[in-house]
Design a protein around this ligand. Sequence first.
Ligand code: S3P
Length: 449
Amino acid sequence: MHSVIIKPVNKLSGTICIPGDKSISHRAVILGSLAKGTTRITGFLESEDCMRTVEIFRQLGVDIAVSGNEAVITSNGLHGLKEPKGDLYAGNSGTTMRLMLGVLAGQKFTSRITGDDSLCKRPMKRVTEPLRRMGAKITGRVKNYDEYAPFTISEGQLSQKKRPPSLIPSAQVKSAILLAGLYAKGKTSVFEHFKSRDHTERMLKYFGVNLDIEEEGEGCGVSIEGGSRLKAKDIVIPGDISSAAFFIVAASCLEGSEITIKNVGVNPTRTGIIDVMKRMKADIKLKNEKIISGEPRADIIVKSSRLQGTTIEPGEIPRLIDEIPIIAVAAAFAQGKTTIKGVSELKVKESNRLMAIRDIFHYFGIRLNDYSSKRLVIPGGQNTKPKTFPGSLCNSLGDHRIAMTGIIMGLMAKGETIVYDTDCINTSFPNFIEILKKMTPKGTIKVEK
Ligand code: S3P
């Protein structure tokens, strides 16, 4: 287990490239494995989470070669998967587990999928219940009115005639149903009140699948025809905005900073962080905007500025769900109060992120006015002079985004910070420390066993 020791810095500067988008990388492997022919992926995120998805498809008989950020998939198509020999292992990856439940529900063989301790404690009924309503045969561990891995999935007859009740806004749930819908008889529809990230829909279209998409206010309905065939196609994945978020916030808070983050995914279902930071008076500009492989991308230029507090409404949460811990840091530095509403989903991420934010703020001596399951209230004004926080010791709780949040706070603290248990960063951003070292004076960041 490694720890990271961080010394405060005055500012961040330079141009960086961040690794490929995690959500899109998972989907490229999944859809590439269901598309007949050869799919070449460029900009693939070779992180532990995405490699779990790769390993699972290899176990299901798909030929996948990964070399750095390039992956080549050769598949026999939608009905070409083979019965796996042993258990399928999703590690720490919620996206792998939930999306694979959708794929496995449509197969003519039995499989068993499990994950690490943290993943086996994450609620899965949100996926298993709608899949069962489609005819999937899934058994898991039932506990406290929810359901948990490991799961056994056996052959079922999938079909869905009526639009099911509205889902919690979760791209993982929506995607699992759409993937199962590929194997279902007739049309499968999903609806969510607040639109969540739409990478699955965009990539299905990119692979030649017809979808009916209807926006309804802040919500969205999607329908897919069973048996739709995917045509293998090369994909270029943009950088992950959820990884860029750490640098966007750090550069906004540290006076005199100016950074450029090249080629970041700016899909509107993911850019909540940019909208919120701009509302907080951050100086953020997009340049070189273009759409490649159905996904928008741009260079993001961030200069430091005096941030102001804001209110984030529940409808915005799906567009920035993974960025809330680092947005909370920006809020602590801002002038005036920030309220983040509708945060209950944070309790069931890789850690209970509401508690993790409370703990991390406590380590750094930052006040929180409310961290109930409904909202976070952060009194601002804690940034009149960055570097007023004493350095601290904090634990990642095995959660990659909490580890990186702690490290970024360490850059802005007064003394030295130690963040324990940082290996989890490899699940989404394996070269985070390397990039940070390039942007800071020698000796700022030290990694220890
Ligand atoms: C993801 C969706 C989000 C997000 C997760 C990745 C995806 O989860 O938090 O990190 O790739 O679909 P929910 O869909 O459960 O909100």
